[in-house]
Structures are given as C-alpha cells and as structure tokens.
Ligand binder design. Structure first.
Ligand code: ADP
Ligand code: MG
Length: 173
C-alpha cells in the first residue's frame, strides 16, 4: 500500500503533529493543506477569508487537496476539508482516510494553550469551548462518513501513530 493517507478531524486534534510523526514512522512524505495554502497565497487563513470570503477559502482548500495528494504521502487536511462532498469523495477514492477523534474538552485545552490568534479565525465569535462543541456537533458525522478508520487521538502522538499503523495493517490483512 502506498496510497496517500489523509488525516481529518477538528482544529487541534493533532493532524499536523501526528501527521509529521506518522510520516517519519512510515518513511512517507508529509504535506499539510493549511501550510500549502499559506505558502501559495502568502496570506494567513484569516486574510484569505477577509479578502475572498469562506467560499473562496473553501475553493482554495480543494485546490490544495488535489495539489498535495501523492503516493506515499501523509496529508494533514484543514479542519473544514470534509465540508465539501467532492473533497470527501476525492479522499476516499484516492487514499486511506483517518479521523483523529478527540473529545471537546481535550480540544479546548490544546487550543487554549496555543490559540494561534490571527492564523485561525473563530467561526462564530463565541467562547472557545462553546464554539468547538458546536462546530464538532456538525462535523463529527462528516468526519465519520469520510473516514475508513476512526482513531482515538486523546493520547500522545507516539501512541496515536502506533494505533494508526495497527489499523492500517489490520485493514490490509
Ligand atoms: P491540527 O493540525 O489538527 O489543527 P495540531 O497538530 O496543529 O492540530 O495541534 C494543535 C495543538 O495541539 C498544537 O499546539 C500541538 O502541539 C498540540 N497537540 C497536537 N497533538 C497533540 C497530542 N497528541 N497531545 C497533546 N498535544 C497535542
Ligand atoms: Mg494543522
């Protein structure tokens, strides 16, 4: 198996952190659609949204997904990548999709420790925990619909990587 591995899940679930560790463990390349967008546009997510609206941002996100997809590559996706059906289909057809599932309280703890102001605009303007819960309530079903494997990701990056590799091997057996 050398299809791309797509990591999906909420902002802060560890797609970038775990993705880099997984790529090292598998000797795969690593790509991050958020990072690709940042490099292509030379703008932060907040700036793209300000200039082009959320629709413009979502269109660029699909472009990023296509551009970074390659064999033997771990792809960390943006938290909203699953919102478009075409993205969900593209990921399921072209690779293995892993949902890093993290409960709301753990997500809130991580994002409160590293809010990265400016880089990630709040979607609703509400307090962080409330917003995370609301966004996840809608997206959790989409992450599950899209994923081949749901992985418990409220753990250390090393343990999450072990769990993902076990799921991939079981699926192959
Ligand atoms: P995502 O790419 O899904 O938005 P990140 O990988 O950027 O998530 O992680 C968000 C924040 O949570 C970062 O500050 C990161 O250091 C921290 N983090 C990521 N994975 C873990 C983990 N398994 N345990 C604890 N903290 C983590
Ligand atoms: Mg990320």
């Amino acid at each position: 198996m050398n299809q791309p591995i797509y990591l999906v899940g909420a902002r802060g679930c560890g797609k970038t952190t775990t993705g880099e560790a997984l790529a090292r463990a598998l000797a795969y390349g690593f790509a991050d659609t958020d990072r690709w967008l940042l490099e292509q546009t030379q703008m932060t997510v907040a700036q793209v949204v300000e200039q082009e609206g959320w629709a413009g941002f979502r269109a660029r996100e699909s472009q990023a997904l296509h551009a970074v997809s390659a064999p033997a590559t771990v792809v960390a996706t943006g938290g909203g990548m699953v919102l478009r059906e075409e993205n969900r289909e593209f990921m399921r057809q072209h690779g293995v999709v892993i949902y890093l599932n993290v409960p709301v309280d753990v997500l809130a703890q991580r994002l409160e420790a590293f809010p990265e102001e400016g880089q990630r605009p709040t979607l609703t303007g509400k307090p962080m925990t409330e917003e995370i819960a609301e966004v996840l309530a809608v997206r959790d079903a989409l992450y599950r619909e899209c994923a081949h494997h749901v992985i418990d990701a409220a753990d250390t990056p090393a343990n999450i990587v072990t769990r993902i590799i076990a799921a991939l091997q079981l699926a192959r057996a």
